[in-house]
Ligand binder design. Structure first.
Ligand SMILES: Cc1cc2nc3c(=O)[nH]c(=O)nc-3n(C[C@H](O)[C@H](O)[C@H](O)COP(=O)(O)O)c2cc1C
Length: 178
């Protein structure tokens, strides 16, 4: 697209003209929820934090997430063929950090219950079991589309929020008493 007169000249970036750090900074202004994707493997449960989860279709019920090509955990979940998405509650920042940390025993001290797709983390807001159906190339990530096979909402309502590289909580209206 042509640049309008008086419009500041965009800083050139590598290849696309969009610098990765600027991309991160700008998209960091879009708040997201935080989930943990879990699955069963022969070696035990596995899981990773993900904020790219989005509902896609009601009929059939489909969900997507975007795993990084660099992820060591996603290939294990892909091999399992099904997974559980735990939607984290506002007080679960440490759980999010744990499931994003490399080299950590991510399940140490974490309570969970078995569900069809994978381990359902205790105290999460909701759990979504899904079977992987398609994976599409998308640059340094892929878009994984899965069919939702079971869902459940817990009693909690205040989600953990990821914004500008940090965590926060969200309450609708007046803050609920602790
Ligand atoms: C809030 C948050 C959201 C994340 N979302 C994603 C995501 O959508 N996709 C992804 O591949 N990694 C995501 N990550 C990174 C993974 O949790 C994990 O750190 C990364 O996959 C490296 O671990 P692994 O090699 O065991 O997969 C996210 C991390 C955080 C803290």
């Amino acid at each position: 697209m042509d640049r309008c007169a008086g419009e500041p000249r965009a800083r050139p970036g590598p290849a696309t003209g969009v610098h990765p750090s600027e991309f991160r900074r700008v998209f960091g202004r879009l708040p997201t929820g935080v989930t943990v994707i879990t699955a069963y493997t022969r070696e035990g449960p596995t899981g990773m934090a993900a904020n790219s989860v989005t509902s896609v279709s009601l009929q059939p019920p489909l969900v997507l997430l975007c795993p990084a090509r660099s992820s060591a955990t996603w290939p294990l979940i892909r091999a399992a063929g099904q997974f559980c998405i735990s939607v984290l509650a506002g007080h679960q920042e440490e759980v999010a950090r744990r499931f994003a940390a490399r080299g950590a025993d991510r399940f140490a001290g974490i309570g969970w219950q078995p569900r069809r797709g994978g381990p359902a983390l205790d105290d999460a807001l909701a759990w979504i079991d899904a079977e992987l159906r398609h994976e599409h190339d998308a640059g340094d990530h892929t878009i994984a589309v899965a069919r939702v096979i079971a869902i459940e909402a817990g009693p909690g309502t205040s989600p953990l929020v990821f914004l500008r590289g940090g965590y926060g909580q969200f309450w609708r209206g007046r803050r609920e008493s602790a």
